[in-house]
Design a protein. Structure first.
Length: 358
C-alpha cells in the first residue's frame, strides 16, 4: 500500500452493528480515533448521529469531529461506489454482505470468527479484490486462516485511566444483557454465586455486581435474571457511564467471565469470547480475573500466573476458594494481571499498528 500522509486522510466507517455499543464497536472506533487524532477527517455511515451515546459509553475524542452520513452502503453497489470514491481509507464491519468500493484503501474488520460471514465465493472475491482484512484478536485470526484469509491482527488497547482502587468484597461481571450470540451466561453466573455463598462462609459478605448494556428488545431476558437473583447481594447496573464502570473495576476484588461455558468451541467458535476486553480492563484495575477456558481469554491469560481459567462452575468455585486461602498466590496473579494489561495492551502499541496501515 502506498504510504499516505495521515493529516490529509479522508476516512469512512460502516458498521451495521454500531448501535449495540459493545467492545467490538469500541475497538473499530478506537482505530478511527487514532487516525482522527493524527489529523484525518472521519465519516460514519449511519441513519442518525450517535455521538452522544458513544461519548457516554467510550472514552474517545473522535466523536467531537465525526461526520454522520445517512447512507446504506449495502443497499446498492452503485450507491456504495459513488459514495466512497472520495475516501482514502474505508473500514467495513462485515455482516456477511459485500460490495464494491471505490475508496483508495479498504478494510474488512472481523470481530466474529463465524464462517458464514466470510463466504469467499467467486462473486465476493471480485467485490473484495481491493480489500484487506483486519482481525480483532489472535483467536479470530487463527480461525480466519483456517478459512484461507490472512488478516492483519490489531488487538484493542486498555485505557491507562484504569487503576486499582480500595478493594471491597465484590465479584464483578461486565457484559451486555442479551441471551443470544456469544452471550455472557448471566444465568450461570448468578447460580454459581449462590452456590459459592452456600458452600463457603468466606463469601457470605460478598456482593455480585452484574454491569452491562440493556436494549429494549432484551428486557424479558433481564426480567428473568432479576427473578432468578432473589438476593439483595446480587446487584444489577444497567447502561452505566464509563466513569461508573471504571469505578466498579477499581472496587472489585474478583472478576468473572463465563462466555463460552457449555459451548462446543470446535464447531461454534463464534459463540465463545473472541477477545475479552472486559477481563483485561478488570485485570488492569487490580481485579483477580477468572475466565472460562476458551476463546480469546485462553490465549490472553496463563492459568494461576496472571489470571485463572476454569472449565465449569464447580471448577471456578474450587479455584476461588483456593485463592481466598492462599494470599501470596492471589497477590501474584493480581500483580501479573496488571502488568499484562499495561505492557502488552497499551495505547502506544495499538497506535503503532493502526498507523502502520497507512
Amino acid at each position: 500500500m502506498k504510504k499516505i500522509e495521515v493529516k490529509k486522510l479522508k476516512v469512512g466507517l460502516y458498521n451495521p452493528f454500531l448501535d449495540t455499543l459493545g467492545g467490538g464497536e469500541k475497538h473499530i472506533l478506537s482505530i478511527i480515533d487514532v487516525l482522527v487524532d493524527n489529523g484525518a477527517e472521519a465519516t460514519v455511515f449511519w441513519n442518525k448521529n450517535l455521538s452522544q451515546d458513544l461519548e457516554k459509553r467510550f472514552s474517545l475524542q473522535c466523536f467531537k469531529t465525526l461526520k454522520w452520513l445517512p447512507v446504506s452502503l449495502i443497499s446498492s453497489s452503485l450507491v456504495a461506489m459513488q459514495t466512497l470514491k472520495s475516501f482514502d481509507l474505508f473500514f467495513y464491519v462485515s455482516n456477511g454482505s459485500y460490495f464494491f468500493s471505490t475508496a483508495k484503501n479498504n478494510f474488512v474488520f472481523c470481530m466474529v470468527p463465524d464462517k458464514k460471514l466470510y463466504n469467499l465465493n467467486l462473486i465476493n472475491k471480485i467485490k473484495l479484490r481491493n480489500y484487506k482484512f483486519i482481525s480483532n484478536s489472535p483467536y479470530t485470526t487463527k480461525w480466519l486462516k483456517n478459512w484461507n484469509i490472512d488478516p492483519i491482527t490489531i488487538t484493542p488497547y486498555i485505557d491507562n485511566q484504569l487503576k486499582p482502587g480500595k478493594k471491597e468484597k465484590i465479584i464483578l461481571s461486565v457484559g451486555r444483557f442479551f441471551p443470544h450470540l456469544h452471550n455472557k451466561n448471566q444465568v450461570q453466573i448468578i447460580e454459581t454465586f449462590k452456590k459459592l455463598k452456600n458452600k463457603y462462609k468466606e463469601f457470605l459478605n460478598y456482593k455480585l455486581i452484574l454491569a452491562g448494556g440493556l436494549k429494549n428488545e432484551d428486557r424479558s431476558y433481564f426480567e428473568q435474571l432479576k427473578s432468578l437473583s432473589g438476593d439483595s447481594s446480587i446487584i444489577f447496573k444497567l447502561n452505566i457511564s464509563l466513569d461508573e464502570l471504571y469505578g466498579l473495576y477499581g472496587l472489585s476484588t474478583y472478576f468473572w467471565h463465563f462466555t463460552g461455558l457449555g459451548v462446543d468451541e470446535k464447531n461454534h467458535p463464534d459463540s465463545v469470547e473472541h477477545f475479552g476486553i472486559a477481563p483485561l480492563e478488570a485485570a488492569s484495575s487490580g481485579c483477580l480475573v477468572l475466565c472460562h477456558n476458551s476463546g480469546g481469554p485462553k490465549e490472553i491469560f496463563t492459568n494461576e500466573e496472571n489470571g485463572v481459567l476454569f472449565e465449569n462452575e464447580n471448577d471456578l468455585i474450587k479455584s476461588i476458594k483456593k485463592l481466598e486461602d492462599n494470599l501470596p498466590l492471589k497477590n501474584k496473579i493480581v500483580s501479573n494481571g496488571v502488568k499484562l494489561a499495561k505492557n502488552k495492551y497499551n495505547y502506544q502499541l495499538f497506535k503503532n499498528k493502526v498507523l502502520a496501515l497507512v
